[in-house]
Design a protein around this ligand. Structure first.
Ligand SMILES: [Zn+2]
Length: 253
């Protein structure tokens, strides 16, 4: 089990940097919680702990104490920059070598692959979270909140998701995380050897408000009205279709 400690910078009474109607503490929390969700939902063998999961005041010491007590394998601190620059940069503690530098290079590059930011380079600084964490640590500065072009990007929710995705891709490579195999629960109301029969049933399902499609698989035309990663959602739809008079099966694929 790889233990990743994610530290959304600032929070509560400490808003961090502000500019263009944005507060750093809100952006870092959104990126960090999205990153946690990606790691936990999509990868095997990874545990994630956050220094905060809401808008609360947490001291720097409490943050590094939490990571050290949990015995994390990695400390990742997420920040937004200020000071009228533009782009992305990352920090490690001055003078540390591998594997910290290796992890840093991988994550830095993976973020820039999926995020439209200028590359300000890999840097070092004597920051508390880098110095007092007893495991390899990285701090990323994701754009400048007081630069209007960067702020415009940071106002876009899908851009924040991309930042999280870039960090997740880097962590996955650095720590050799393997993807979960996703199981889908499919809701099917019929399977026919003749396509016209499947089309007729799909039309009937559509007329009753179901989102039906015909899929050719294993030599059969299957009429499917839904596919879900959650079995509960599949069962709910199956129940509705039964009440509408269809013969329903839910199967995993
Ligand atoms: Zn900050």
């Amino acid at each position: 089990m790889v233990k990743i400690f994610i530290d959304p910078g600032h929070g509560g009474a400490d808003s961090g940097a502000t500019g263009n109607g944005l507060q750093e503490k809100n952006l870092t929390l959104k990126i960090a919680t999205t990153l946690r969700d990606i790691l936990v939902n999509e990868y095997e063998g990874v545990a994630v702990k956050l220094s905060r999961s809401s808008d609360e005041t947490v001291s720097l010491e409490e943050r590094t104490d939490a990571a050290n007590n949990w015995d994390a394998d990695y400390y990742l601190s997420i920040h937004i920059n200020a000071g009228s620059g533009t782009g992305f940069e990352s920090y490690i503690y001055p003078g540390v070598g591998a594997p910290t530098t290796t992890y840093r290079d991988i994550i830095h590059n993976e973020v820039l692959k999926v995020v439209d930011f200028a590359n300000r380079g890999q840097k070092s600084a004597n920051f508390h979270v880098l110095r007092e964490s007893s495991m390899p640590a990285l701090l990323t500065e994701n754009g400048f909140i007081d630069t209007s072009s960067d702020a415009a990007k940071l106002k876009n929710a899908s851009f924040l998701t991309s930042i999280a995705r870039g960090h997740a891709n880097g962590l996955a490579i650095a720590f050799h995380l393997t993807k979960k195999t996703t199981v889908l629960y499919k809701v099917q109301i019929g399977a026919f050897s003749k396509k016209s029969n499947a089309d007729d049933l799909a039309a009937e399902a559509k007329s009753k408000g179901f989102d039906a499609l015909v899929i050719l698989k294993d030599g059969l035309y299957k009429v499917q009205i839904g596919a879900f990663s959650s079995k509960e959602n599949a069962d709910d739809l199956a129940e509705k279709a039964k009440r509408a008079g269809f013969n329903v099966i839910v199967y995993q694929e």
